[in-house]
Design a protein around this ligand. Structure first.
Ligand SMILES: [Zn+2]
Length: 100
């Protein structure tokens, strides 16, 4: 199950589930087993793989790397390498921004 970490769990073990192998980072996507996902969701530490709308909110507004316009929309993202695909509403250029 694919999840996005909202907050890093303060403890390495939650309800008997060992979280230490994952080295979670806030805002990152992880593919985890259902028992792990259930605990993280129940405690509010993670949410299900975000929709396009949620991704837009999660990613800081980016300016177009071609014309510099701020009228941009996040079209999607890739995880490897971690890049956001940002569409410019002004010139139509799609630029890639590193997700850090
Ligand atoms: Zn542009």
């Amino acid at each position: 199950m694919r999840l996005r970490i909202r907050r890093v769990p303060p403890s390495g073990v939650l309800e008997g589930v060992d979280l230490r192998p994952f080295s979670f980072r806030e805002g990152r996507l992880y593919e985890v087993d259902p028992p792990v996902a259930k605990v993280l969701l129940a405690w509010g530490y993670a949410e299900r793989h975000p929709s396009a709308v949620a991704m837009q909110l999660a990613i800081q507004p980016r300016s177009c790397s071609k014309c510099g316009s701020e009228q941009t929309t996040v079209m999607g993202q890739s995880e490897n390498p971690p890049l956001a695909h940002v569409h410019c509403g002004n010139c139509g250029y799609i630029s890639l921004h590193a997700l850090l």
